[in-house]
Structure formats: structure tokens, C-alpha cells
Design a protein around this ligand. Sequence first.
Ligand code: ADP
Ligand code: MG
Length: 323
Amino acid sequence: MPAETRLGEFELIAALFAPLAAPGAFGLTDDAAVLSPPGGGDVVMTKDMMVAGVHFLEEDPPDLIARKLLRVNLSDLAAMGARPFGYALGLSLPPGIDDAWLREFAAGLAADQREFDVLLLGGDTTSTPGPLTLSLTAFGAAATGRVLRRTGASLGDAVFVSGTIGDAALGLLALRGEVDDPGNYLAGRYRLPQPRIALGAALTDTASAGLDVSDGLVADLGHLCRASGVGAEIDVERIPLSDAARAIIDADPEKIDLILGGGDDYELVFTVPPKRIGHIEREASSLGVPVTRIGRIVAGEGVHVLDTSGREIMPRLSGYRHR
Ligand code: ADP
Ligand code: MG
């Protein structure tokens, strides 16, 4: 596309982003936005960045890139038990990004704004000689002081996870053609995470601690254990698997390492005091979100994965770290 037909920075903001804006963002025509969290209370904030070549490929569908960028942030809010209401967007665009790409990107945001009831509050747009770099800051509302922290797990608490674990890591293998993925189920789980917002909000009253699974089940539960000053045991056969993941593990049991250590599932892992287990199971079922008890909080430190005979398994992947 010739350079003259490209939208300039201000046209881009007016054409593609202003229609997505919250009332407090003044149509993205002023210098900053005013935040009014619905229902008052605390504002909960999180930011995640995504870099082409590190978190996604520049040739991935732009609408899916946008939706994943938004959803990984909404998952952090869900993990705090907050209800998302808005977000700010940072774009560093290399020359190869054209208007068609940006339109699809904005359409992806529009779709998820409707799905998750959030609005755009503002952002910044720059050009860059480096890779396409995206940053999103999401804002949520919580009743004052009522967020779900990583601290607070106690001896004897049950360890739960939502949904199924390991699908995203296997989905990445499927996208590389390394495993079968009938119906592209696993690839879909990798590309379009499902933030557990309603469950997270319900957990603020019942769970003792929680976080979302972005680095990998063992690594993230390890973060919770460190923050709470406890250890955890999980029973490998209780970890909930999708049918697609189960078929892969049955054919190649070594891939259990990806279930334990692969990231990007964006499910919640949380701990529940024994007397509140029945309550949380009923609440999750009324929300239509599957939750599974996979283990317990123990004295000591670290996460111990046990096989069916109670022997410890040593997972070979310990979670993704950028540095
Ligand atoms: P300044 O130069 O003062 O930072 P900008 O021109 O960057 O102002 O921003 C003008 C308005 O457009 C602001 O409300 C800002 O939040 C909004 N904006 C700029 N880039 C984006 C973007 N990528 N997404 C959403 N809003 C944006
Ligand atoms: Mg600016």
C-alpha cells in the first residue's frame, strides 16, 4: 500500500480507536481519560506486553493478536477477583503494519469489548524500527480491600484449578504440526484464552489465595506457595485434561511435562480452606465453570507432583522466564 494512503497517527486514532472509547476518554481527543470504577471501591490495574517474534508471529491474524493481548490482561484481573471495565493500549508499529492490519486489529478489540463489557480509555501510538510491540493496561473494579491475593494459603487448604490444564502448550505444538489436533481445539485454546472473570470474582469470598496459570501449573502454584510461605502436593492423575490433551498423553506419556510446565492456559489455580470446599464447588457449578481439586497445601516449600502410588515426579519444564 503506498505511503500516502496510510492513515496518519491522528486519523488512525479517530477512525479506529475513538469508536471503542469509554465516555471518560472524551473520544480520545484530549490528553488523558478520567476513570470512574463502576460501583466505586478499589481500582485494580495490570499491564502485559506482547512482542512479535516472542509472544506471537507478525503474520498471525491481527484480530486474534488483539483479543489475546486484551484477554491475558483480563485474566490477571480475574486472578485478583476484579471485574474489568476498561483498558489503555500502547502500539509501537513497524513500517510493515498497514491500515488493513490495523482495521482487523481494531475489529478484534471491538468483538472482545462486547464480550467482556470493557471500553478503551486511551493509549499511545509510536513507530518503531524494531518488532511490532503491543502493550495493554487493564483496569478492573473490586469492593474495597476485597481482592484475591497470592498470599493467604494455609496448611490443609485444598488446591483447585479451573477448566483444563496443558491445552495451550499442546496447542502450540499442534500449530507447529507436531501433534494431532482434531477440530483445532488445542490451537484455539492457545490463541484465544478464556479469562475466568466470573469465577475470580466469586473466589474473593471463598478462596484463601489464587492466581492465573500463565507460566505453567507447577511454576504458578510455586509462586503462590512462595508468597504464602507453604508447600503444595498435587496428584498428577487429578489434573483435569481435555479429551484432546488426554489422547496425546495416552499416546505419549512423556508429554505430561507440558501439562505440568507449559504456560498460557489462563485458568485459575486457587486454594480453599476445607470448610468452604462445598461452597466453592456449588458456586462454580452455578457459574458453569468446571473446577477440580488437584491437591493440598502442606508444610515446607515448593510444589511436589505425586504419581498414583504417591511417588514424586520431577517435571522437566519449570515455567517460562523471559530473563
Ligand atoms: P500526546 O501526544 O499528548 O501523548 P496523543 O496524540 O498520543 O497525545 O494522544 C491523543 C489521545 O489519543 C489520547 O487520549 C490518547 O490516550 C489517545 N491515543 C493515542 N494512541 C492511542 C492508542 N493506540 N489507543 C488508544 N488511544 C490512543
Ligand atoms: Mg501520546
